[in-house]
Design a protein around this ligand. Structure first.
Ligand code: SIN
Length: 512
């Protein structure tokens, strides 16, 4: 099969790129499960942008880099926040309906580490669903769509990308040749037992890009969301930070305010700070929602899930715990989503544009998805990369024979590569996540996904052991402070090369 543009993944960034590019190019979307099943669809809080006269791009910029532990790529962060208002306008023109108040003005809410309320939302707490559904209705007749197909590996010849090896539901493989291949596969939350992420988010793009020889970085920075519902076992779902933005308070079992004396922004401190405080508590932590009027109306998705899980909202308290939420690191890209491999682009959570630094500011991820999809589409439209059919016979995907079960892998990640890390724990974890050894042919999509999870877990843990400091989402109990030596330094990973710790400038110099 041939196509000009191959988009792998169907979250917001992939759908946006597909929509824009389909105006001029032939686009194929490959998605592992149903179209649109992604983290984007689950996004509750909303999309951050400067849309009032009392806010400034500089305020949004500073909030972003302060939450990011000053690890951000400042040039691209400036681009992100400056483009915010224009992107909101584009989404409205595409048909997205943001919530308005009784006077017809857009409602803007507050979330952690923002200095002013600037989060636009849809359907109360169903922003991602509105965005994804709007884009699906636009792309479905304009692109070729392969649902329930897994991109198993990238097709690389002389360090250039020409598409992907794809597996169908029965495990048969075929190649899709493409002039431009866009990875938009999301992050890796499913590597942990408690996560807000969709079941399809298993680090596939990270592992594929690594095997292809792309440069990756910042994989030690995993964000844990402070307020996931604390049900029995791993039963959980997200309780949006917007609930704390509306006044929700974190209380200990004894009714004390958890964040008192910890941070001046209390419950709205950066997520890494709040998540660590919750994780430190030995007994259950509650989110007090008693002060939020008409909770069911403002947060219908959360109210429905609470009802399904038997939480009595009239009690005014929801038990919460932290869970894996967003991977800041990923495949290193420039402004146009270009990776270090010509022909290969990365967008959304799988990419590392550097705009989130070491810890993403709430509601900046949907914005990142649309801003960089636009930049990338613009670059691709004015380029004319030659499209070379990639011929291969009986290409089969090889996976490591030595594999932990997925449950065991999650236990290792929870225990050793979680909210709090140490040299000792990481060393133990890494020894259990080893994947190099004997290889066998993959028979099913599940075999490939399992291998991707293992490789991504290994990359994250081996990156975490190299960063002997604490910054943003990476907390080392044996090195609890930031170190000057690591300021603006990235841990760069590339297969078949020595891994290294280098500056942003050096990794950018490698780009074609
Ligand atoms: C939330 O609603 O709390 C999640 C929003 C985000 O992660 O940006």
């Amino acid at each position: 099969m041939d196509t000009e543009v191959l988009v792998i993944g169907s979250g917001l960034a992939g759908l946006m790129a597909a929509d824009l590019l389909s105006a001029e190019k032939n686009v194929t979307i490959i998605t592992k499960s149903a179209l649109g099943k992604s983290n984007s669809r689950l996004a509750q809080g909303g999309i951050a942008a400067v849309t009032t006269s009392d806010d400034r791009w500089t305020h949004h910029f500073f909030d972003t880099i302060r939450a990011g532990g000053f690890h951000n790529n400042e040039e691209l962060t400036e681009l992100l926040v400056r483009k915010g208002p224009q992107q909101i306008q584009q989404l409205i023109e595409m048909g997205v309906r943001f919530d308005r108040n009784a006077n017809g003005q857009y409602e803007r809410c507050m979330e952690g580490a923002h200095s002013v309320p600037r989060i636009l939302h849809s359907g109360g707490d169903a922003t991602g669903k509105e965005l994804v559904n709007t884009l699906i209705s636009r792309v479905k007749d304009r692109c070729t769509i392969l649902e329930n197909h897994l991109a198993a590996d990238l097709l690389i010849k002389e360090n250039e990308c020409y598409g992907a090896l794809v597996m169908n539901e029965t495990g048969e493989t075929f190649t899709v040749s493409a002039a431009y291949t866009i990875l938009a596969t999301g992050g890796a939350g499913q590597l942990y037992s408690v996560t807000s992420n969709d079941s399809s988010v298993t680090g596939d793009g990270i592992a594929m890009a690594y095997r292809a020889g792309a440069i990756l970085s910042d994989l030690e920075f995993m964000q844990f969301h402070p307020t996931m519902f604390a049900g029995a076992g791993s039963n959980s779902f997200l309780i949006s930070e917007a609930v704390r933005g509306e006044g929700g308070m974190l209380l200990t079992r004894d009714g004390e305010r958890l964040m008192e004396g910890i941070h001046d922004q209390l419950e709205l401190a950066p997520r890494d700070v709040v998540a660590r405080e919750i994780a430190k508590e030995e007994s259950v932590v509650y989110l007090d929602i008693s002060m939020i009027k008409r909770f069911h109306k403002r947060f219908p998705t959360i109210a429905k899930r609470c009802y399904q899980y038997g939480v009595d909202l009239d009690s005014g308290r929801i038990p919460v715990k932290a869970g894996a939420h967003f991977l800041m690191g990923g495949v290193v890209t420039d402004r146009y989503g270009r990776t270090s491999i010509p022909g290969l682009f990365a967008l959304g959570e799988v990419a590392n544009t550097g705009v989130h630094g070491a810890n993403r500011l709430a509601s900046n991820s949907l914005l990142e998805g649309v801003v960089f999809a636009n930049e990338s589409a613009r670059w691709i439209m004015q380029s004319d990369r030659k499209w070379i059919p990639y011929f291969t016979e009986n290409k089969r995907m090889k996976v490591s024979e030595y594999r932990l079960s997925i449950d065991r892998l999650r236990e290792v990640m929870d225990r050793h590569v979680g909210i709090s890390r140490s040299n000792e724990g990481l060393t133990t974890g890494i020894s259990q996540l080893e994947w190099r050894g004997k290889f066998i042919e993959a028979d099913t999509k599940e075999d490939v996904v399992h291998f991707n999870m293992l490789q991504t877990a290994w990359l994250m843990s081996t990156s975490a052991i190299m960063r002997t400091e604490s910054r943003g989402g990476h907390f080392r109990e044996d090195y609890p402070y930031q170190k000057q030596r690591f300021k603006q330094k990235r841990i760069i990973r590339r297969i078949s090369q020595d891994d290294w710790i280098e500056t942003e400038e050096r990794s950018r110099a490698i780009f074609h």
